[in-house]
Design a protein around this ligand. Structure first.
Ligand SMILES: Cc1cc2nc3c(=O)[nH]c(=O)nc-3n(C[C@H](O)[C@H](O)[C@H](O)COP(=O)(O)O)c2cc1C
Length: 405
């Protein structure tokens, strides 16, 4: 079983990712993890913070001489800015009579709720005295840990011939028209990696940038839609036998947990609700002898999942991100602790973080799929996992042969 947690505050020492259950024997490429961290920080419409931080993962446990040992893995992403926040984020008591402490605490304490953030319910729930206590942990800075852990999981998956990519489908009301279904996963990945908005449709990407500039000038923000595509998944990851074992449910929970994601869609998703069944379900056809699987589909409306299990087709998952809630133009809000009318607190913020969200969502999908792979095939060492998958794929490729002969 794979377990994954994060800890850390936005302006504390750093953000940590813990992964337990990653098999021993995986050669970990830290450069690949750092490349994903850099991609999370990129994208048009990001705030100056992304320029201040250049994230890198440090391994604290579970990896020796570059190879996983089977022990829990801890990855640390330092907050380079934290040295300017020593008093505010100190984990030990501070001298509240010290002039410097008073000044820093006063400057950084948050006294006005930001609508659309965790501020209001979080402050009440935890009986906080400074809204900063909520901001620090609810901030999307936490997604750096998700991306580091996800990039490590992507290395488990690629060792099992599973490839993934992510791209931006929509920003505001501008949609990419390029059909990813007609492209190979490698083509999509190269195109997305070379586009600063991760959009594979160049014409739409130009319009998106114009929209981001205009929105920034108006002091407003934007959301959008991202798509994650995965290929090479064996049939039968996840299960129909219990509600909490269904892979679509696990993916939805993981993606909905990403800050600002408000809807998740698998395959034809919301579109399928308005169509008739014959235009939604993927008919099954036979394949020729010696194919990896004895069946094929001509369509993939299901997005690679039927009955909570992978069905051998491309996995297609979309996440819908709301416009970011911190607005330069300022929404009406209340002060704390007085609950008197005030404009919302503004702290340096992105205008649009949809491309970063795509990288975070790909990381979450990779973590869930690695967990599902380990649930089905086990393996304390990567070789055991690979052998078990190969043996199962052999069984799948022979299906139907004995009966036909
Ligand atoms: C990669 C990423 C970057 C984000 N950057 C910002 C930001 O700069 N400003 C902001 O107000 N919200 C940002 N958000 C969204 C907020 O963190 C999120 O809306 C807030 O924590 C409330 O959570 P909820 O929208 O899921 O309810 C970002 C989200 C992601 C995934």
């Amino acid at each position: 079983m794979l377990r994954f947690y994060t800890s850390g505050e936005s302006h504390g020492r750093g953000i940590l990712a813990f992964l337990e259950g990653i098999p021993a024997g995986l050669n970990v490429d830290i450069a690949l993890i750092n490349a994903e961290l850099a991609r999370r920080q990129g994208g048009y419409g990001r705030s100056s913070r992304q320029k201040l931080e250049s994230d890198e993962a440090t391994v604290l446990s579970g990896i020796r001489h570059g190879i996983t040992s089977g022990a829990p893995i801890t990855l640390l992403v330092n907050n380079k800015e934290s040295e300017n926040w020593t008093y505010v984020m100190s984990t030990s008591e501070v001298d509240i009579t010290d002039k410097n402490v008073i000044e820093q605490m006063e400057n950084k304490s948050i006294k006005r709720f930001r609508p659309g953030h965790a501020d209001l319910p979080g402050t009440i729930k935890f009986r906080q005295r400074d809204i900063r206590d909520v901001l620090e942990r609810s901030s999307a800075r936490e997604t750096a840990a998700r991306v580091a852990a996800g990039a490590l999981c992507q290395q488990v998956l690629s060792n099992c011939s599973i490839k993934s990519t992510a791209h931006v489908l929509q920003i505001g009301d501008i949609e990419a028209l390029q059909d990813a279904a007609q492209m190979s996963i490698e083509e999509i990945d190269i195109k997305a990696k070379n586009a600063d908005l991760l959009c594979i449709d160049d014409t739409a990407a130009e319009k998106m940038k114009v929209l981001i500039n205009k929105t920034w000038q108006e002091g407003d923000t934007l959301g959008g839609v991202v798509e994650i595509i995965v290929e090479g998944l064996p049939v039968g990851l996840g299960s129909y036998t219990q509600w909490d074992l269904k892979l679509d449910g696990k993916l939805a929970q993981a993606l909905m947990s990403v800050q600002a994601v408000k809807a998740v869609e698998i395959g034809d998703g919301t579109n399928s609700a308005k169509k008739v069944g014959s235009l939604v379900h993927d008919a099954i056809y036979p394949t020729k002898h010696n194919s990896p699987l004895p069946f094929r589909r001509q369509t993939n409306y299901a997005g690679g999942i039927e009955g909570g299990m992978t069905n051998g087709e491309r996995l297609i998952v979309r996440a819908y991100m709301k416009p970011l809630p911190t607005l330069r133009s300022g929404l009406s809000s209340l002060s704390f602790p007085e609950f008197a009318e005030q404009t919302a607190h503004y702290e340096r913020s992105d205008v649009c973080a949809v491309s970063a969200c795509a990288i975070v969502c790909k990381a979450m999908v990779s973590i869930i799929l690695t967990g599902a792979l380990l649930d089905k095939f086990g393996g304390d060492n990567l070789v055991d996992l690979q052998n078990s998958i190969d043996q199962y794929k052999g069984y799948c490729s022979r299906l139907g042969q004995d009966v036909k002969a």
